[in-house]
Every structure is written in structure tokens, then in C-alpha cells.
Design a protein around this ligand. Structure first.
Ligand SMILES: [Zn+2]
Length: 217
């Protein structure tokens, strides 16, 4: 007698005991997983008196059964499909990794370009005018820090002109209120006196004093 198994029994652990012939196919009874063979589901007693809808109260279901070699061919094709799936997944993740690398590389190049530009800008700056000279320039505010000193608030600013020359200014809040309220990145016309030429962290800076904002008409 050849042992027969349910298709779900891929480990070939449980050969079925009773085999029936159903329209030329070999079948066997399998205990209903829903009612565990009782035909009733106790906690659903209020619905159709708890009658199991899965096996229609029989307590078992009928499934086709297969020989060991038939099951093994099922296992083989399942393993093959699993392997294909795994390979496809591996390929996908490799593609993602490459795309990520490409992206990171782009980001890296962008960063290098940005830093290069910044360094270039840093060393591009030249001294402007002569000490004591009164100048009028179109300047852009890079940053402004508000500080508190012994005599109240004061501001430290860095500005640049269209040639990339860096200016710095330290002044009190009351000197020119409008000038001290200018937002970062704004370009405006300023009249100022050259106070000093000095280098700060490798950058030539023109220190200014007595700024006067020139308002447009
Ligand atoms: Zn059942």
C-alpha cells in the first residue's frame, strides 16, 4: 500500500489512514480546522446554533491526497519559486543600493561644490577703500548677531558687496534702527566710513563705522 499525503503536508509527516475514491481521484478526510472535528463552534452558538459553516457540521473536509513523489515535485517547484523570489528580492535590493550610492555620490559632489564655492568666496575678499574714507555701496547682509553689552544691545554684522568683498560692522542698536532691522540676505544701499582693514580667519575684511541706510525714493 502506497502512503498518501495531503498537499499541505510538505514534511510528509502524516500519511492519511483512510483513502477514498471520488470521481477517480484519491481523497481523504481532514479534520475541520474550524470546529476541530466537532461540527460546532461553541462561542458562535447564537448563530445557527453554532453549526460549523466550514465543514457543514460534518467535522471534516475532503481533500485530494498525493503520493510522496507527487508531493516532492510540489516541494521542488515551491523551492524553485522561493529561490526565484529570493533572487528577485536580492536583485532589487542591490539596485536600490546602487541607486542610493549614486544619490549619495551626487549629494557628495554637491557638497564639495558648495564648500569650494564657500572657500573661494572666503579668499576672494579684498580690502575696500582707504581708512577714514566715506563710501557708498550696495551691500548684502550675510548675518547679524544681537549682543548685550555694558551699555545695552549692540549688533555684529557681516556684509558683502557684488565683487565678493567682505565687510564687518559692530554697532549699537540706537545708531540706526532701520539698518539694524534689515533681514538676512537683503541687499541695500549704505553710506559708511572705512574704519579698519584686517584679516579674520584668512579672510580680508573691511571694517566699517557710522553706517547710514540710504532709502530708495
Ligand atoms: Zn467544522
Amino acid at each position: 500500500m502506497v502512503e498518501l499525503y495531503f498537499r499541505s503536508d510538505l514534511d510528509l509527516e502524516f500519511p492519511v489512514k483512510e483513502v477514498y475514491n471520488l470521481a477517480g481521484k484519491k481523497v481523504a478526510k481532514k479534520t475541520c480546522y474550524k470546529c476541530e472535528g466537532t461540527g460546532y463552534i461553541p462561542h458562535l452558538a447564537n448563530v445557527d446554533e453554532g453549526r460549523c459553516w466550514n465543514c457543514n457540521k460534518r467535522g471534516y473536509e475532503i481533500f485530494r491526497v498525493y503520493t510522496k513523489s507527487q508531493i516532492q515535485s510540489v516541494i521542488k517547484s515551491k523551492n524553485k519559486k522561493d529561490l526565484e523570489k529570493r533572487n528577485a528580492w536580492a536583485l532589487t535590493s542591490e539596485i536600490i543600493a546602487i541607486q542610493k550610492m549614486k544619490h549619495n555620490h551626487k549629494a557628495y559632489l554637491k557638497n564639495v561644490a558648495y564648500k569650494t564655492q564657500k572657500i573661494k568666496a572666503k579668499y576672494k575678499s579684498e580690502y575696500v577703500g582707504n581708512v577714514g574714507e566715506r563710501l557708498e555701496k550696495s551691500l548684502t547682509l550675510d548675518w547679524c548677531i544681537k549682543k548685550e553689552g555694558d551699555y545695552g544691545y549692540y549688533f555684529i554684522k557681516q556684509l558683502h558687496d557684488e565683487d565678493g568683498n567682505i565687510y564687518s560692522h559692530m554697532g549699537s542698536a540706537i545708531a540706526d534702527e532701520d539698518y539694524n532691522l534689515i533681514p538676512k540676505g537683503t541687499t541695500f544701499n549704505l553710506k559708511f566710513t572705512v574704519k579698519e582693514h584686517s584679516e579674520y580667519q584668512g579672510t580680508k575684511q573691511t571694517k566699517i563705522k557710522n553706517p547710514k541706510l540710504i532709502k530708495g525714493e
